[in-house]
Design a protein around this ligand. Structure first.
Ligand code: ZN
Length: 331
């Protein structure tokens, strides 16, 4: 990820303030509401950590390079071990600098026969530019992309492993988007728009199955750093407020309110934006917000230090248990 956007903010503030008023009675009621307990399979954070580390072991997953190709093969081979319906969607897209990029969106579908579906997603490519590194010499070097990319995919790969023996009632697609993080580096002036999230833009316009529908989607981006805080980001709140509230409430019921903050923060351009816009599937982003950094993201965002030392197994478990509960509480 990604970029911040401001154009949604004004609209969202209005929506939010209206909603808050009408919501008060509901909130009071919810205190008396019996929280439905659902059984979820035991998430193994060591396994998710391993899947994350293994992606980094190929080197930066920069499109049109060997490590990118090797990592795609690795993700596909693991997913095929756990799921019989794995689709690799190959496509091409033009980057901000005119480079033609070869991309692969990787999708594992559980219960593909049912139309009652949701999806979880993340991006598996890594950024070619450490343009927020404190050392300017690194600004054109690729980042390791541990938290920004690999960790979300690692969590989803572990979920695939769990689903191989224990699936929720709802059908779930695990979508690993490619070419998310190839947006223009800081300081470059570009004439083209929508240079980020090329894989999700492609998928949202050309889903892996004709007429693909899902009730909603959840995107994970930078969701594995120690003590991460996920705020109610405005693109999600604009397109999918009910889903966001449901997921946040689920997290709170699990005792994770310190990770899932109800603070509202500015809208982002991330994969969920294009899925909302083009595929019209309400989709939210679980993304780390840090008000103390210039970027607003986790401290090592788009730097050479986005490596495995940032990956925290507790945070991985918190995020995974939340979305697993969401899936298993679906009828
Ligand atoms: Zn990024």
């Amino acid at each position: 990820m990604m970029k911040r956007i401001l154009y949604l903010v004004a609209t969202v503030i209005i929506l939010v303030s209206c909603k808050q008023k009408t919501q008060q009675p509901e909130d009071t009621q919810s205190e008396n509401k019996v929280v439905k307990k659902v059984e979820i399979p035991a998430f193994n954070a060591d396994s998710a950590y391993y899947f994350t580390e293994k992606q980094l072991s190929f080197g930066p997953r920069v499109p049109n390079t060997k490590p990118h190709e090797q990592c795609a093969d690795y993700i596909v081979s693991v997913l095929k071990r756990y799921c019989k319906d794995v689709v690799v969607q190959e496509f091409q897209a033009t980057a901000w600098n005119g480079t033609l990029l070869k991309g692969k969106n990787i999708i594992a579908s559980f219960k593909p026969e049912t139309n009652n579906r949701i999806f979880f997603s993340s991006h598996w490519d890594s950024r070619p530019y450490a343009d927020y590194d404190p050392d300017e010499k690194n600004h054109r070097k690729p980042i390791p992309g541990a938290n920004d990319g690999a960790s979300g995919v690692g969590i989803l790969m572990e979920i695939a492993r769990l689903f191989s023996t224990n699936q929720p009632n709802v059908g779930v697609d695990l979508i690993m988007f490619d070419l998310e993080d190839y947006g223009e580096p800081k300081g470059e002036t570009v004439t083209t728009e929508d240079n980020w999230c090329l894989g999700s833009q492609y998928w949202a316009r050309n889903p892996h199955k004709q007429g693909y529908k899902a009730k909603y989607g959840i995107l994970l981006d930078m969701a594995a750093a120690k003590n991460a805080v996920f705020t109610m980001e405005n693109t999600s709140m604009y397109y999918a407020p009910d889903i966001m509230k449901m997921v946040w409430e689920t997290a709170a019921n699990l005792g994770y309110a310190n990770y899932f903050s109800t603070e509202k923060t500015g809208g982002l351009i991330d994969d969920h934006l294009y899925v909302n816009k083009y595929a019209k599937i309400p989709t939210i982003d679980i993304v780390h917000h840090d008000p103390t950094t210039v970027s607003g993201f986790f401290p090592y965002w788009h730097t050479m230090k986005d490596d495995m030392s940032n990956i925290d197994k507790t945070t991985m478990t918190v995020v995974a248990n939340t979305i697993l509960t969401v899936a298993f509480q679906e009828e």
